[in-house]
Design a protein around this ligand. Structure first.
Ligand SMILES: [Zn+2]
Length: 270
């Protein structure tokens, strides 16, 4: 499942490819699951609109649209779910199975939404979409501490709670806790200011490193000739159960917190 860094990479890649382009016509498939807004509404909003900007909000890709003769801004919001992909390609490229939307662009190319497992969602809205919670890369350490300090939940669960921060998923929560030296089951309200500060820094670092690593593999997501698949930065704890910690050689342990597989080093994390 794409997490914040992947979605940011994809949104930036789409921005480079389609910002300024106009959507001329839209084909929407018959499968109902991917459509959070009715098909007719999606077509009505997208057709004739110019893509001003593509950006990430939480784990959503947001297309800011400008429509001739319409005062209100509207937005096309795409959630990739587990297996969703947005492809930009020429119309000659064969349309893959599980394509749920094709937007023909003024530049002659097509923008396609492909999703085999159909957990992805397409939605249109007017006004400015902000999503719940705060952006992890934008909150200050002060705000971060104030957000988590009152919570009695295990810190890992609190990090995953989208009401606090949006876009932080399982992998980066584990990696951030490792960098901060904090065990995932600790209650958020048991963390000192200093620990919360370290956690905030750790989270920002791991997200930024992943975004930087993603830049080189962007073609895998948005160019139709690329293969599906997500890049990975070297994880320090996630997916490394029973392997020696890269820092202290203690075996990485896997437990379940908030219903999610959680990895930590008993040596480095207190
Ligand atoms: Zn360790």
């Amino acid at each position: 499942m794409p997490e914040l860094p992947e979605v940011e990479t994809i949104a930036n890649g789409l921005h480079k490819r389609v910002a300024g382009d106009r959507i001329e016509s839209v084909w929407v498939g018959a499968k109902p699951e991917p459509l959070k807004s009715p098909a007719t509404e999606i077509s009505r909003v997208l057709e004739g609109a110019r893509v001003q900007r593509v950006r990430r909000v939480g784990k959503h890709i947001v297309f800011d649209l400008e429509s001739p003769g319409k005062q209100d801004e509207s937005q096309w919001i795409v959630h990739l779910g587990m297996t969703g992909r947005m492809l930009v390609c020429s119309p000659e490229v064969e349309t893959p199975k599980h394509t749920h939307l094709v937007a023909k662009l003024g530049s002659g190319r097509e923008l396609r939404f492909v999703d085999p497992r159909r957990f992805g969602r397409l939605e249109v809205r007017s006004g400015s979409f902000r999503g719940p919670g705060a952006e992890p890369l934008q909150v200050t350490t002060q705000e971060f501490s104030e957000m988590f300090h009152p919570s009695k939940a295990p810190i890992k669960a609190a990090l995953l709670n989208q009401k606090f921060l949006h876009g932080v998923g399982n992998i980066y929560a584990d990696e951030a806790l490792f960098r901060a030296g904090i065990r995932p089951r600790r209650r958020a309200n048991s963390l000192t200011r200093a620990e919360l500060g370290k956690l905030h820094q750790g989270l920002k670092k791991v997200l930024q490193a992943a975004i930087a690593a993603g830049g080189s593999s962007i073609s895998d997501y948005v160019d139709a000739d690329g293969e599906a698949g997500f890049f990975q930065i070297q994880h320090r704890v996630y997916g490394r159960e029973d392997k020696p910690c890269l820092k202290c050689k203690t075996a990485i342990r896997k437990i379940v917190v908030a219903g999610r597989g959680t990895h930590y080093c008993p040596g480095c994390q207190k």
